[in-house]
Design a protein around this ligand. Sequence first.
Ligand code: URC
Length: 302
Amino acid sequence: MSDDIILGPNQYGKAEVRVVRINRDTPVHEIQDLNVTSLLRGDFADTFLTGDNAKVLATDTQKNTVYAFAKSQGIRTPEEFLLALARHFVEYPEVEGGRWSAESYPWERISVNGSAHEHSFVKSKQEIRTAAVTVEDGVEYVLGGFKELTVLKSTGSEFHGFPRDEYTTLPETHDRIMATDISTRWLYTDHTALTSADFDVIYAQVKQAVLEQFASVHSASLQQTLYAAGQSVLRAVPQIEDIRFAMPNNHHYVVDLSPFGLDNPNEVFEAGDRPYGLMNASVTRASAREKPEAWKWIAGFN
Ligand SMILES: O=c1[nH]c(=O)c2[nH]c(=O)[nH]c2[nH]1
């Protein structure tokens, strides 16, 4: 009896390969600390359908390749490292494309008597940098990004003018705390023209533009702040054509202190945990073709 079940889109590989690369070419060491995932797409139906592994490049081999490339190519930026891996793996005849992605954890030099130490570091997490390279139909797509950049402003945020129905209890506010953990990914238009320095420079430009907008926009909604941040990035960085955000609204509730005979003009808050508002949007150049290939299976951004 035949049925109508088929194998749909698929990929496989090694997730979360933790690689730390020290560059010791001079006494001033450099560190790159990545969490790399390699996922291959291509002529791999056999192993799913029958368990025939003749075409399967083992996930263990993919992991080893990450470590070997960290030595032989070095890691200048996450984006460049992932591009090198992608270009290597697509050389295999059964590999039609794939996704190579990374998180990058920041370390800064320990300061000793006011000087940056040569080989001692302290983890300096404000945010986690992310990168992803996708190859589909011979085209490379490069996403930069970061996640978990936690920000708060203690005034300069309002929320009112929303419709009220029988379930609405939220009071209108003209002064509130606004707080969020910014996650963003952006698509490079022409990554082939970028050098490693540019990837780092653009990363810093994006982060600065996003932070500046968060601080300086007098916000009528978190959605407005999100769009302003995206607009500012696209104006500042011509190499980016699409930037997407996920922003939870980390609510802060004014505590009612009147039972204790105390007033509370936005000074004491209960930091909410769950539930939280959640804003997702992409901000793009109207002239740019949509590129769903770059975003497919990027959780929360597609
Ligand atoms: O910035 C906000 N946007 C909303 O859509 C919303 N909804 C809500 O309850 N509070 C807020 N705040």
